[in-house]
Structure formats: structure tokens, C-alpha cells
Design a protein around this ligand. Structure first.
Ligand code: PGA
Length: 257
């Protein structure tokens, strides 16, 4: 039985003050949280503040993640942050290959692969994002685009044991930040297909263990039917993760699945 994951992707929002206020507001709202894993991915600059605010609230169960990492441990890479640096701040997770990074920052399947390998080698759980654009969906190539991103993102030396630790987020690009979310059926179709691809590459035991999330305009009022799909194991939430009230409502819906 896969435990659902609800992950907050704050993108480039919040300075430390509002980040701490968010945590103080969120923790009491969550109450019992058995049956769901929660991860908050703030901008790099807020990671220490979020981690210590969670600690101060007595909250040990919420993971903290980054939104990117460099694949080298250290070096002359101005502006970059490595996996050991993230571990040093207490991160447990890292988002990799988000479509905004692919679109605006030249991320490719090759660089996604390097980042996934570096995260796994350093004990970070990758939240590996993939998904098709609107043009690709209209052209009827959604499944092959997603299969390609999955295959090349995981190429080169990922063992079955490491693959089982992955979290994958299917995020159709046309649904991100647009208010247009995929239907629960669309999400289930692609996610069950991805699970099938994992089965081919790593076997059924791994495929049954990997959590595959949906992302793209997830809100408290649409999470229910999405979570009701048998292969959907949670959500990567952007806009609705910025307010404690809406994020807590999404966590609650996932817990009640
Ligand atoms: P959204 O973003 O929920 O604002 O659509 C999701 C994401 O980009 O991960």
C-alpha cells in the first residue's frame, strides 16, 4: 500500500517572515496525519527558516525539500547548490526537472538524469517531474513524450532499489498555474501508463512501490476526485500551497482517501 504524498512547491514566492508564519499557521491545522506524507519545498533562501520553524512547532513528520540541485558535490559553478549543501540544511527531498526549469532554464532529460543520480547518491528523495505541453497533447503524443522523459531521466545506473525510492510527479505543462486541471481520468491514464513503464524497466515490485503524483492547478475543491484514482498517489501543489488553509485542506483530503 503506497502512502500518499502531498508536496508544496512554493516556486519563487515568500521571504523568511511569511515562510515562518505559514508553518505556524499550518501545523495546528494539520492535526492527525497518519496515512499521508507532507513535504514543503520553499525557495533555497527559506529552507533553514522553514526547517527551524517546523522544529519549533514540535513538528518532526513534515519533510523539507529544495526545488533544484546541481549534480556535482562542489566546484566552480557560480549560483548553484549541491546535494550535500541541501542535506546540510536538513532537506530530505528535491524537486527535479520541473517544466518551468525545462522551459526557462535549459533543463534537458540529460541534466535531469544527472540531478536524479546526485540526489539518490546523497540520500535525497527526488520528486522527478515530467509532462507534456498542450501542443504535444493535441498532437496525440502525450504518452510517448512522458515515456521518453521517464526513460532518459532515469538512465544510467539507477538500481531497482533506488528507483523504488523515487517520487514521480506527472505535471501536464498546460495545467500548471493555469487553473485548468487535467481531468481525474487524464491523470489516471498517464500515471497508470507511467507505472506500466516502470514495471517494464524495473519490475513489478518497484512499479508498485513508486509514488506517482499529479500536479497542475490542484486545489481543495478538485483534489478529491484526483485522489480517488487508483494509481494517483498524491499531488505536487503550486499556487494552493502558498496559503496554510488551502494546503491543509488538500493534505486532509489525501489523508481521507
Ligand atoms: P500549480 O503548480 O499548482 O500552481 O498549477 C504546480 C507545479 O508547478 O508544481
Amino acid at each position: 500500500m503506497r502512502v500518499p504524498v502531498i508536496a508544496a512547491n512554493w516556486k519563487m514566492y515568500k521571504t523568511t517572515g511569511p515562510a515562518v508564519e505559514f508553518v505556524q499557521d499550518l501545523v495546528p491545522r494539520l492535526g492527525g496525519r497518519e496515512g499521508v506524507e507532507v513535504v514543503i519545498c520553499p525557495p533555497f533562501t527559506c529552507i533553514p527558516a522553514v526547517a527551524s520553524a517546523l522544529f519549533a512547532e514540535g513538528e518532526r513528520g513534515i519533510g523539507v525539500g529544495a526545488q533544484n540541485l546541481h549534480w556535482e558535490k562542489e566546484g566552480a559553478f557560480t549560483g548553484e547548490v549541491s546535494a550535500p549543501m541541501l542535506r546540510d540544511l536538513g532537506c530530505s527531498h528535491v524537486i527535479i526537472g520541473h517544466s518551468e526549469r525545462r522551459l526557462y532554464f535549459g533543463e534537458t532529460d540529460l541534466t535531469v538524469n544527472r540531478r536524479v543520480l546526485a540526489a539518490l547518491a546523497n540520500g535525497l528523495t527526488p520528486i522527478f517531474c515530467l509532462g507534456e505541453t498542450l501542443e504535444e497533447r493535441r498532437a496525440g503524443i502525450t504518452l510517448s513524450v512522458c515515456a521518453t522523459q521517464l526513460h532518459f531521466g532515469l538512465e544510467e545506473g539507477i538500481s531497482a532499489e533506488e528507483a523504488a525510492r523515487l517520487i514521480i510527479a506527472y505535471e501536464p505543462v498546460w495545467a500548471i498555474g493555469t487553473g485548468v486541471n487535467a481531468t481525474p481520468g487524464d491523470a489516471e491514464e498517464v500515471i497508470s501508463f507511467l507505472r506500466g513503464q516502470l514495471m517494464k524497466e524495473y519490475g513489478s515490485e518497484v512499479a508498485e512501490r513508486v509514488r506517482i503524483l499529479y500536479g497542475g492547478s490542484v486545489k481543495p475543491d478538485n483534489i478529491g476526485p484526483i485522489m480517488a484514482q487508483p494509481n494517483v498517489d498524491g499531488a505536487l501543489v503550486g499556487g494552493a500551497s502558498l496559503q496554510a488553509e488551502s494546503f491543509a485542506a488538500i493534505v486532509d483530503a489525501a489523508r481521507k482517501r
